[in-house]
Design a protein around this ligand. Sequence first.
Ligand code: NAD
Ligand code: GDD
Length: 338
Amino acid sequence: MAVRQGTHVLVTGAGGFIGHHLVTFLKGQGYWVRGVDLKHPEYSRTDADEFEILDLRRWPDCLEATRGIDEVYSLAADMGGMGFISQHHAEILHNNVLISTHMLEASRRNGANRYLYTSSACVYPEYRQTDANVVPLREDEAYPAAPQDAYGWEKLVSERLCLHYHEDYKLDTRVVRFHNIFGPLGTWDGGREKAPAALCRKIATAKLTGQHEIDIWGDGEQTRSFCYIDDCVLGLYKLMRSDYAEPLNLGQDRMVSINELANLIAACAGVEVTRRHVAGPQGVRGRNSDNTRLLDVLGWQPEISLEDGLARTYAWIEGRVRESLAATDRRELYADAV
Ligand code: NAD
Ligand code: GDD
């Protein structure tokens, strides 16, 4: 506890899904925490000691964010699920290159000791992910490079920037590759939501309106692994405390199809839904995490089952859908009255 109390930690992207949960976790560990984002968390108050609204594409804002900081968890990024990253290549590459490049250099200039960069499974070559029954992805398989979308290219370049800062400047860097993280307090509508949240929203809407048909992008046989948020923040913390500077997967290694995911969520909701398969951005055909290195380095891997994580996530999203439907009813009543 003594070391933690004296340690000043920065979490960027602290107004977003993972950053918000991470701040709460780090406060629980006894750290002094500064959160930075373009916005405050949308669904509950931050536990950060200090929360600053800054635009980390801008160099002066990065210097401001990193002043007096010992350890940086770098999560800020322009990001989303397939619906977003398949449509905004220029914006994503432009914004995220600026954030990652400025944040790393500002952290070095301001004397941070450790810097953790949040990369993605999107760095893995698309040619290794063409089959739904994909071979789980190992960290050393990111090259020859052919990442997914502009989003994946930025992540791969920023990973390399971290490795070079480590070699050239002795900055103690960490690089994590997330595999589809989900949970409560995450984006659930608006276009940036990923499959678990989108399907929870669609199934909750089906349940609450009685219209039991939901849209699924593609044939639903595409596969992914999904990691619950509590495992994600614990893994981030364990990696930061380790001495491992190479990229490391952080995800579940249980692969399910999107149709299976929908069935699990329908079971949480206690309803039967009919799937309508429609055109939509699908990304890679199959993706799974190989956790051999994760187990080797951290002696740990995610433990929360998909069923448990989905039950907690579905309950939270059903609550949001209920509120949203009630607000729509109130607006319609008001419109009828005037
Ligand atoms: P999120 O969108 O909920 O959070 C990202 C936050 O960054 C947002 O609150 C956003 O406002 C903030 N941000 C964007 N531009 C900014 C700027 N210019 N200045 C300051 N803040 C800015 O996403 P998340 O799911 O919490 O993801 C966190 C990190 O993990 C991101 O780097 C993301 O690319 C990476 N990642 C997430 C997943 C996942 O499944 N959630 C998978 C792979 C990688
Ligand atoms: N988002 C979403 N919404 N996806 C759907 C839907 C829907 O309504 N219906 C079916 N899908 C399918 C998509 O077509 C895709 O094949 C699969 O579900 C997973 O989609 P996402 O969860 O949106 O994204 P992803 O797993 O391809 O990529 C995500 O995870 C990466 C890390 O593993 C993204 O969030 C990336 O940004 C992230 O880096």
